[in-house]
Ligand binder design. Structure first.
Ligand code: ZN
Length: 228
């Protein structure tokens, strides 16, 4: 029986010969709770039989609030709430989830990508909320971006959100965002509505809408993986 300490990632079990098994253990790049603190957050599950590893990337965090919209709603808070719910829903489906942040911490773009590569992620899903100018509250709606291999995932998740959440459709598009460009697995970035939009902003401020959005994102991912 192997019982690794918190934050340890378990690699593949390799049969070296009839009498020797090798198992790689390494420290995760993900901070578990606050640095040096004891708040556990959502633990990284140890599920050696999981077929899929999905990285959920809540945008921004710490001193970087992301967009700030109508009523002072901060993107970093909206996307953490949605991301944590997506993670929990995927875990319920037996999918291993790794979060790039699970609290209000500051994570650069590069370690977000490095983490996805290190855990051999099947998919990378970055969750954001959009903003335009405060004098354009008429701009509202969902946008999903991919760079290259995330096309199918983007289409599936985008469609599933539109089928399950009352939000306008601003389409699936390509974009050269760092986290999309530098990840080697199918990766997408979801802009879950406009914090500066008169329709989206009040909704993004509610737990109910965030939960609906999280449910739809998780459902789209599961459908894409063919796991549910
Ligand atoms: Zn953002």
């Amino acid at each position: 029986m192997v019982e690794p300490s918190s934050g340890t990632r378990i690699g593949d079990l390799i049969l070296i010969d009839a009498k020797t098994l090798a198992l790689s253990l390494r420290r995760s790049l993900v901070p578990i709770g606050q640095p040096g603190g004891s708040s556990p957050g959502i633990p990284i599950p140890v599920t050696p039989h999981a077929k899929f590893v999905v990285v959920i990337d809540a945008g921004h965090g710490g001193p970087d609030p992301g967009a700030i919209g109508i009523g002072g709603v901060r993107e970093k808070d909206v996307v953490l709430s949605i991301s944590q719910q997506v993670a929990a829903l995927l875990q319920q489906q037996g999918i291993e989830v790794v979060m790039t942040r699970n609290d209000d911490s500051d994570v650069d773009l590069e370690p977000r990508v490095q983490l996805a590569e290190q855990v051999n992620a099947t998919l990378f899903v970055s969750i954001h909320a959009n903003a335009f100018r405060m004098d354009r509250p008429d701009i509202n709606g969902l946008e999903t971006f991919y760079y290259s291999t995330g096309d199918g995932l983007a289409q599936m998740v985008h469609r599933t959100i539109l089928q399950n959440v009352k939000i306008g459709d601003r389409g699936v598009r390509t974009a050269r965002f760092y986290v999309l460009r530098e990840t080697s697995m199918p990766s997408i970035l979801i802009e879950t509505g406009y914090l500066t939009g008169q329709n989206d902003a009040p909704l993004l401020a509610t737990d109910n809408f965030r939960t609906q959005m999280a449910n739809a994102i998780a459902r789209g991912i599961v459908l894409y993986l063919g796991a549910g």
